[in-house]
Design a protein around this ligand. Sequence first.
Ligand code: HEC
Length: 246
Amino acid sequence: MRKLILIICLGMIPTAGFTSAGGGDLDYVEVSLKDKVSLQNGARLFVNYCMSCHSAQFMRYNRMAADLEIPEDLVVEQMIFNGGKIGDPMTTTMSREDGEAWFGVAPPDLSLIGKLRDPEWLYTYLRTFYVDDSTASGWNNKTFSNVAMPHVLADLQGVQKAVFKTETDHDGNEHQVIAGFELIREGSMTLEEFDGAMRDLTNFLYYMGEPARMVRIGWGIWVLLFLGVFGSFAYLLKKEYWRDVH
Ligand code: HEC
């Protein structure tokens, strides 16, 4: 019996947090779908800084408004820039052809990026752009080498350059790896403020990757409550049945 309970309990531990990070060296971030203020700020950053290139076509403005508790008129006034309506999917005005012509790679749709990439990956990616004269855009990224995306948040974060160190692998070959970053131009935010903003943006991308998680979390609490109440009744009942036997 004890074993059975243990197995059931183990099965209830959420597994999402344990999926492999991939890429190594990622910074930890805590996402929370209950933190509406963080999700709202993430949504604001997303529509202002990302949607000129990326779409989120599986998300509709009114669904986002309802889930994140943003009044619909505020969404229409401040978050829809392409003349769209509240029931429209969140598309970008940039065509695939233009994207390819300008960046070499069309900026991908980001609706499901929060499902494809772990929060740690996204959070680290958004904070590790650095200047690099050898690339077409003048930018590079520690988490996604030679990425075609420019550092669109440089005004907020500032501009950083990478500091390299030499590492020798098992075969005795030397490699240059990034040891850290050095800020060479300040942005409008402090580094702590920028980290907080990127946590919010990551939180929003995570939400968008699977909006149903929000509903499921609500249900989960009721299921646990039910199990608790049901469990105590079952226990009392068992005591009642066995009273005469002992
Ligand atoms: C100026 C255009 C542009 C803007 C604005 C932009 N991106 Fe990108 N982004 C790109 C391009 C181009 C790529 C494809 C990079 C590649 O594959 O090399 C990309 C790739 C990405 C990826 C990697 C997708 C993958 O393959 O895993 C993520 C994540 C991403 N962008 C997030 C964002 C976020 C969040 C914002 C807003 C802060 C943003 N982008 C703003 C152009 C842009």
